[in-house]
Design a protein around this ligand. Sequence first.
Ligand SMILES: *[C@@H]1O[C@H](CO)[C@@H](O)[C@H](O)[C@H]1NC(C)=O
Ligand SMILES: *[C@@H]1O[C@H](CO)[C@@H](O)[C@H](O)[C@H]1NC(C)=O
Length: 464
Amino acid sequence: MRFSSSLVAAAGLLSTANAAIKGFNYGANFGNDQAKTVVDFEYEFNAAKNLPGTNGWTSARLYTMIQHGTTNTPIEAIQAAINTQTTLLLGMWASAGQANFDNEIAALKSAIAQYGTAFTDLVEGISVGSEDLYRITPTGIENNSGAGAQPQELINYVQQTRSTIAGTSLAGKPIGHVDTWTVYVNATNNDFISSLDFVGMDAYPYFQTTMANSVGSGSQLFFDAYHATVGAAQGKPVWVTETGWPVSGETLNQAVPSADNARIYWEDVTCQLVADNVNLYYYILQDVQYGNPVPSFGIKPGGDLQAVNPLFDLSCPASSKPQSNPTQIVGNGYTAQLSPTISTVFVFDVRPGHQGKTCNLVFFLPPAFPFPDMSPVKIRSPGGITVSRLSNSAARPDVTANDVGTSTPVGAALSMQFANQYIVGSGPCDAGQQVAYQVDSTGGLAMNFFQMISPPLGLFMIPL
Ligand SMILES: *[C@@H]1O[C@H](CO)[C@@H](O)[C@H](O)[C@H]1NC(C)=O
Ligand SMILES: *[C@@H]1O[C@H](CO)[C@@H](O)[C@H](O)[C@H]1NC(C)=O
């Protein structure tokens, strides 16, 4: 018996109203090094607010307080934010030494003095640094990622920032740091984490080339990174400060850049984070203006930002489920294979909030899709499924028959037909636990599918 990738249901959904920050990252200059001015930032912030199929993308993460090309003049994004009522995650560049950090502090002070509460009321937080610790790791050095900073240096910068805002209208705003998730799980950086109010995590499954990193694994890799960061964050809130999937560029291991794949990643990761109320700054609205970045992560192509269409659909599956309540689906995943020789393991992280409820395990098959070649489900040979629960958590893409532990039969659906849903199990929700189920083919079934939630397709755990 061979196993196809395990499917990880990374996180359940909250039913509360959506209140978290949604925003994009904004550089200080265009691809040709031209500084963005107040008009440019305003144009970008308004474009973000008016993206079709979305609402509430009203926050901006900046990398520096300094207007590009000046010594320590405050960045013009601040005036644009005031004009458009865009909230801000401020950035202090921390990888160019103390003299440059003094300029960041000077620009911060000037901005407080110049704009007062019109500015400070919009501030969500202040990030001291961006990927500085990644750049000093062996991987960062190997990738020529540029100068970084040591943890002790960053601790000093955080202290300097705290004393700068003390007694000003910025006092009390959270001070954090942005770095790759790999940095936070490195215990050498624990004292630095202790000095922060929040942890900003950057994670890009596209770059995780030593792992199975097709877009279908994107959700698993991302949420593994997120959960690892939460585990290392000493109880501090974790904000997602950069993530995204490239729309063009080189294939890295199994990660293929394309607008279609960026759409899949958006649905699996962005929509999940939004539903889970996690503070999020996506990378990026547009990155090709007057430049040619490879890879490119831009949601929008080059050209007039407010006129050009996004390269992919930005809507999130919400209310269009005919048969399931999307706010109650506790898991989704990616491509699965079932045949007489291949089984698939599904892993669900069941939210603690489902304590005391009953959970149904339901297999959904939507109506047949009109274009078989493009269908997310292919039944190559008819048959059914049997489902069993695994004793070991098997939440890894490389699970084999040897390490799934013992299994207990749960239920079966002996003839898979389109436009049907099959309740294959029911019982108390394993609230707060990670649970794994193995699905086997029976009666000759050969089927591939892409687990998705709109329309629902695949195995879901649904609390009643
Ligand atoms: C762990 O963190 C320290 C300090 O930031 C860094 O010097 C070291 O390279 C990191 N180790 C790895 C394996 O990334
Ligand atoms: C950095 O280098 C590592 C090891 O060579 C590679 O796996 C990874 O994809 C690189 N990351 C980037 C951002 O280029």
